[in-house]
Write a protein that binds this ligand. Structure first.
Ligand code: DGL
Length: 279
């Protein structure tokens, strides 16, 4: 068990921000990453579809021998975490709760901003997770769908990104939040653009680094952490266009993403049935 890999999945390339944070926080853990590039984006989809896709991917990662699953995608964490947990035979963690906990720790004024995809914002997942910790925190939330394309195109620091950020973030500046949750896999790539619009008094919360810390701690607590002395091995799977994943992935990570394997949709469809649920 201990030396098996951790499975990480996302709708596409964005979850590499979580992959990177995990690889840094848990250097002796091997990681299996799945990006659903054939069916992204998830941020505009319904719960029904996101649950179906997420369960298939969780099934696939378990067939790869993963000991623990990380739902890197904020949209999938928002809408499908319970369903993935119910169908998985291993522990599953999403990005919402760690990000919410970090926001509660950070806010001084008690007014937190949240940005994410339409699916994440509509689900109110961060609001619910923050209120589960501290019910009197005020939340202002805004969907910022264009940020995904800007991040993938490498548009950080460009005037177009500045304009889009000013437009999206104006209501949050107006509302006076002192903490802003970057509730989407892609937004850490635009951190400096978002920070320059929000100003120095607003603390930005990156769910990726928070979830990596929580994964490391929970593996140690469960005594499931790797004790291998060998160099950790990482492997990437996608449901379409491995070349694009590798190209954009390099932009996200700053290093080459390899090896990238293509998975047949039929394999994914069959993966739900082939895993034994825990309960
Ligand atoms: N990975 C998604 C998320 O974090 C963003 C991209 C998409 O919409 O699929 O919500």
């Amino acid at each position: 068990m201990k030396n098996k890999p951790i499975g990480v999945f996302d709708s596409g390339v964005g979850g590499l921000t979580v992959f990177d944070a995990l690889a840094r926080a848990c250097p002796s853990e091997s990681l299996v990453y799945f990006g659903d590039t054939g069916r992204s984006p998830y941020g505009v989809r319904s719960k029904r579809v996101i649950v179906e896709y997420s369960r298939q991917i969780a099934g696939f990662l378990q067939t790869q021998g993963c000991k623990f699953l990380v739902v890197a995608c904020n949209s999938a964490s928002s809408l499908a975490l319970e369903e993935v947990r119910a169908s998985a035979a291993v522990d599953v963690i999403g990005v919402i709760e760690p990000g919410a906990a970090a926001a509660v720790r950070a806010t001084k004024s008690g007014h937190v901003g949240v940005i994410g995809t339409e699916a994440t914002i509509r689900s109110e997942s961060y609001t619910k997770a923050i209120h589960a910790i501290q019910p009197d925190i005020r939340i202002s939330a805004v969907a910022c769908p264009l940020f995904v394309a800007l991040a993938e195109e490498g548009f950080s620091g460009k005037p177009a990104t500045q304009l889009v950020a000013e437009e999206y973030l104006a209501p949050l500046i107006e509302a006076g939040v002192d903490t802003l949750v970057l509730g989407c896999t892609h937004y850490p790539l635009l951190k400096s653009d978002i920070a320059s619009v929000m100003g120095p008094s607003v603390e930005l919360i990156d769910s990726a680094t928070e979830v990596a810390r929580v994964v490391r701690d929970s593996l140690v607590t469960r005594n499931h952490h790797s004790e291998s002395k060998a160099v950790a091995e990482h492997v990437f799977y996608v449901s379409d266009t491995p070349e694009r994943f590798a190209r954009v992935g390099k932009r996200f990570l700053g290093y080459q993403v390899a090896p990238v394997h293509l998975v047949d949709m039929e394999v994914l469809h069959g993966a739900v049935e082939s895993t034994e649920p825990r309960r």
